[in-house]
Ligand binder design. Structure first.
Ligand SMILES: [Zn+2]
Length: 499
């Protein structure tokens, strides 16, 4: 890879030398970038140097080409010696989402997705994405224990420069004069807008970004897209003035940031800026179900002649980013059963939500054993067939043989953020025994698009009063349960980082 890459950089330098505008940029120092914005060529050199210096945590790949054929670089940053959460021999704390955060089993690392450079003339935003990557890579290199711990349990996926063509021509648009941040397939071209493209995802840059979201990071619990304009952070929606379904989580983040870190305004995009449609932020929330923010740095981009380093110039913005990344574990619902008592077919369930997002249609599933493909739901005399576990980016999703409406009264329940609930569910129609497996099944956030997750309930909190023997009868070990839920993931693990 290194050889063709060198060729690529050289050839892009040669092409660039034809254009006087770009010539000015390639005269930038290649290594010391702290006082200069990146061109595509200098970015390519810098991020390759990161991978060369720290192959144990940095994986660099191209997820496609811009319309002019430049590579769209993706950085994956994580401690690759701790790849899988169900490897009980190592990386122990990652099963429970981090030290001191005992909660439901998680089946993989936390995932953060960041991109920059949709708009080629918004250099400060692009540099913020660069500086976030640099912070974690250099921190790892310096032996910073907090960063070492973070990279054991978290994957950072950072696409610094989406619109490399526009970046090098210092223009908002891509080479087809399309506004890439109006080209996403979420209410595309339904607002007063300019240059959204000929159709949703008509441009290679946005198409590549959406494919990566869907194929590699559909389970991300944070997506930040970096821009430059007015100093503000925008959450969904751009399309509508109403607050998003997960307003509780967004308001919590806003209040925490404003109280402890920065006065940066944090608002819904439609009201905080202006109505906009087809943005990556609304797509990320409305289609992918991520918690999403547009992070706009201020517009004082002019750097020539300044002595202030970029990382100091953007120090406050970086502090906000560190807060969002280091707390990614909380940006979803995290249900854990405190107790489950079976009494004559009725299940008395006490559930806590450790996350900062509510869930509106959680339910309880019952299986007779690890090998069972039948799932019993509350209030039902017939099981539903489980036809398999789909593999979305390494996260198992149960697929049912028939449609089931979990929000029907009596079948599901809601648990507000950081709250608890007690509910009684009717399992008199199910063949419940102490050999069975109970699983909490719920959406990670309130928005319809958010991912479903299944968390087996630890047998230590289950009590079968009517069976007499109660907890003396062994239920399948948590290891077996975990294996049954993750078998489908194993095939995908090798492909995980190869997109
Ligand atoms: Zn922008």
């Amino acid at each position: 890879m290194r050889k063709w890459l060198t060729t690529l950089v050289l050839s892009s330098l040669m092409v660039a030398s034809v254009s006087s505008m770009v010539t000015a940029q390639i005269s930038q120092p290649d290594i010391v970038q702290e006082h200069w914005y990146h061109s595509y060529a200098t970015l390519t050199l810098d991020i390759n140097a990161w991978e060369d210096d720290h192959p144990e945590i940095v994986n660099l790949s191209s997820i496609g080409q811009t319309e002019l054929g430049r590579e769209i670089w993706m950085l994956q940053i994580t401690d690759e010696s701790c790849p899988l959460d169900w490897d009980f021999d190592g990386c122990e704390h990652s099963y429970y989402g981090g030290e001191g955060r005992e909660g439901p089993l998680v089946v993989r690392k936390e995932v953060v997705y960041i991109d920059g450079g949709h708009h080629g003339n918004e250099h400060l935003g692009t540099e913020l994405a660069f500086l976030v990557a640099e912070y974690y890579i250099e921190g790892w290199g310096n032996g910073d224990q907090e960063i070492i711990d973070l990279l054991a349990t978290t994957e950072l996926h950072i696409l610094i420069m989406l619109n490399a063509d526009g970046n090098d021509f210092d223009t908002r648009w891509n080479v087809n004069q399309v506004d890439l941040n109006r080209n996403y397939d979420h209410y595309w071209n339904t607002c007063p807008t300019t240059q959204p493209g000929s159709s949703a995802f008509s441009e290679s840059e946005t198409l590549a970004n959406s494919i990566y979201m869907n194929d590699v990071v559909p389970h991300a619990d944070l997506y930040i897209t970096m821009h430059t304009g007015v100093w503000i952070m925008l959450y969904p929606w751009g399309k509508w003035p109403e607050q998003p379904s997960d307003w509780e989580m967004y308001h919590h983040i806003r209040d925490e940031v404003n109280s402890n870190i920065s006065d940066i305004p944090i608002r819904n995009a439609n009201q905080g800026l202006y109505p906009n449609c087809g943005t990556s932020r609304d797509y990320g929330y409305g289609v992918m179900g991520y918690p999403t923010f547009t992070f706009e740095t201020d517009d004082e981009q002019f750097l020539l002649g300044t002595v202030e380093a970029l990382s100091e110039r953007l120090g406050e913005e970086l502090d906000v980013m560190h807060y969002l990344i280091e707390n990614v574990w909380y940006w979803r619902a995290r249900l854990v059963a405190d107790s489950l008592k079976v009494e004559e077919g009725k299940v008395h369930l006490s559930v806590s939500n450790l996350g900062y997002s509510s869930t509106s249609n959680a339910t309880l599933l019952y299986m007779e054993g690890v090998d069972s493909t039948e799932i019993w739901l509350p209030g039902s005399d017939e099981p539903v067939e489980m036809i398999g576990l789909t593999q979305k980016g390494g996260t198992p999703q149960i697929q049912f043989g028939s449609d089931f409406n979990f929000s029907t009264s009596g079948f599901g329940f809601a648990v507000n953020a950081t709250n608890s609930t007690i509910t009684t569910l009717d399992f008199t129609g199910a063949p419940v025994s102490s050999k069975g497996i109970w699983t909490l099944y719920y959406q990670k956030r309130v928005v319809d698009s958010s991912m479903w997750v299944g968390n087996p309930i630890n047998d230590s909190v289950v009590d079968y009063e009517s069976s007499g023997g109660s907890s003396l009868l062994p239920t399948p070990s948590i290891l077996l349960i975990l294996v049954s839920f993750t078998l489908a993931s194993i095939n995908g693990r090798n492909g995980r980082f190869e997109q």
